[in-house]
Every structure is written in C-alpha cells, then in structure tokens.
Write a protein that binds this ligand. Structure first.
Ligand code: AVI
Length: 317
C-alpha cells in the first residue's frame, strides 16, 4: 500500500499557503482546486445531476452520439490518457467505442479515488491495461516510462475543466498534453460554449442551492483544516458573468463587516466584499482552437449538440 501521508502533508501546507496568500490580497481569491475535498466532490457530483447544470448531460450525449466518429479519430490500439480520473460514464463510453485500445492511463491527484475508479473499470474492461498515475495534471509530470511508445496516445480531457484554467494555464496544460502524446498523438477536449446568460447563470446558481453549498463548503474546509472561524451563515454564494473574461465567476460574499481567524491570522471583511473562488471560462469553438494553436495543436474535428451548448473538440498536432 502506497504511503500517502507525505502527499497529504504537502497538500495541507499548499492549502494553508494558498489560503493565507489569497485572503491577504486586496481582491480576495482562492484557487478553485480547493473546492474538491470529499464533501466538495460529493456536492459536485450532485451539481452534475441538476436540471440547470447542462454541461455534463450534454457532453455525455455528444460522446454517446458521436462515439464511433470519436473512435475513428483516435484510431486503433490507442493509449487513452485521461486528465482527471474518469469516475464514470464518459470514460466508459469512449473506452467501449475505441477500436481495441492498448491502455488507459487515468491521472488524478486523489489517489484513493483513482484506485477505486481503476478497480471499477478493470471489472468492466478486464482485457484493458490500466495504469493509474497520481499527479496534479496542472503541474509538470511524467508518464510511466514503460508505457508503450508505438501506440498512438490520446489525451482525453472532458468536463469543460479546461474552462477552470486561466488562458495561460490552459496553454501550458495543452502543451504538456502535446508533450505526453507526441507528434502522432491527438487530444479530445470538452469545451463549454458561450451562450445567453439566462441559461448560463442558473447553471451556477441553482434553485436547490447545491452550487451554493459547494461554494460555501470551502469555508467549512478552511475551518476544519486550518483552524478557521468562518460562520458560513454570514456569507452568501454569488455567480456572476465577467464579460471581459468570458467567464462565470463564483464568489463568496460577506453579509456583514466581520473579522475571521485562519491559521492564527485575522482576516477582515467589509460588508459585501467577496472571495473569488472559481472562474468557469466559456469559449467559442474558434477561440478555443486559437488557444490550442498556441500550444502547438490544430483542429481535427468538432462534435456539438443540436442546441450548440457544448463542443467536444478533436485536436491534432
Ligand atoms: C469542474 N468544472 C468544469 C465545473 C464548471 O462548470 O466549471 C465546476 C463547477 N463549479 C460550479 N458548478 C460546477
């Protein structure tokens, strides 16, 4: 059994440093990756089932409808590298459609989750070589050196998680995918498209309050892991469109002037002041392809739903 304690200690220290730095800035901000502790991941799963949150079901429907075309784009005997462990149905749709895939390499920072999902996939695809890699896919990391080189490698990045990266981070990430898959490799990326705000904003501010709970859970996490004294009832969830950035932003708004302790430091909030906790960038297909081109990619194929909500983009080198 792998000893995860050093990784967990490093994570805890990185969380502390990010929180203290982010809450000391004039415009308070926290990296969105910290939204996903166990409870946050559970709440995100609930979000994906909400009537207002269209991306998951739309992308899944595209993958299902276009599975054959996607498999043809990937080619036979492919090695599928998924950035962010495939918990479920999207991975299964693609793996089931691929022509005799050689291996599946899920990459995720959450080692326990990775092991569980690998086990589940082993049962469904007993003939498939599965090679989980524990890594933060937004950092530099190497793939296992004995991964077969002759098979075409495909970088798979569904979920529109690319939208949670800044454009600079997205270019760096796509360049790393390019380095992983090589010149003959390809990528299949889920991209949430720009659309009217009456569709977009409710997806991030649902009637049942699940997204609010997901966002405010970050305060609960800070309280638990960093000796914080946040009273979540004195803060509110906010989703707003940033037209310049073409992004839905999640913020946590302070409902009153208040001082909160975090890891032994005092943090003051004015009434109405916010912590920016996530940006979810939306792209037009051309804008996304232009971004990917900065990382050495060109458009191969684009698969969309009939309403033009979401695109699955196949990229070539
Ligand atoms: C994970 N990611 C693609 C989600 C999104 O839509 O940006 C995270 C999310 N945040 C609020 N709702 C969903």
């Amino acid at each position: 059994m792998l000893d995860r304690a050093p990784l967990q200690a490093a994570q805890r220290e990185a969380f502390r440093a990010d929180v203290l730095e982010g809450l000391s800035k004039p415009a308070k901000t926290l990296p969105s990756r910290w939204l996903y502790d166990d409870r946050g991941s559970e709440l995100f799963e609930e979000i994906t089932q909400l009537p207002e949150y269209y991306p998951t079901r739309t992308e899944t429907a595209i993958l299902r409808a276009e599975a054959e075309a996607i498999a043809a784009f990937c080619g036979p005997r492919a090695t599928l590298i998924e950035y962010g462990a495939g918990a479920g149905v999207k991975t299964e749709i693609v793996l089931a459609a691929l022509d005799n895939p050689a291996s599946y390499v899920p990459v995720d920072i959450a080692g326990d989750f990775l092991a569980l999902s690998a086990e589940r996939l082993e049962q469904r695809f007993p003939w498939l070589e599965i090679r989980p890699v524990v890594a933060d896919f937004t950092d530099d990391f190497d793939l296992p050196s004995d991964l077969p080189r002759l098979n075409r490698r495909i970088g798979f990045f569904p979920g529109s998680t690319i939208g949670n990266l800044s454009p600079a981070q997205a270019v760096a990430f796509l360049a790393q995918v390019g380095a992983h898959v090589g010149d003959a490799g390809r990528a299949v990326v889920g991209v949430d498209l720009v659309k009217p705000l009456d569709r977009l904003v409710p997806a991030y501010d649902d009637a049942a309050g699940v997204t609010a709970a997901f966002n405010l859970n970050l305060l609960v996490r800070i309280n638990r892991e960093l000796d914080g004294t946040f009273d979540p009832a004195r803060f509110a969830h906010e989703a707003r469109w940033n037209a310049e950035e073409q992004a839905i932003e999640m913020h946590i708004r302070s409902l009153a002037p208040q001082v909160v302790a975090v890891a032994g430091r005092e943090i003051a909030f004015a009434e109405g002041e916010t912590i920016h906790t996530e940006s979810s960038r939306k792209y037009g297909v051309d804008a996304f392809v232009a971004l990917a081109a900065e990382a050495g990619w060109r458009a191969g194929e684009v698969w969309r739903d009939a309403d033009g909500l979401f695109a699955v983009v196949g990229l070539k080198r």
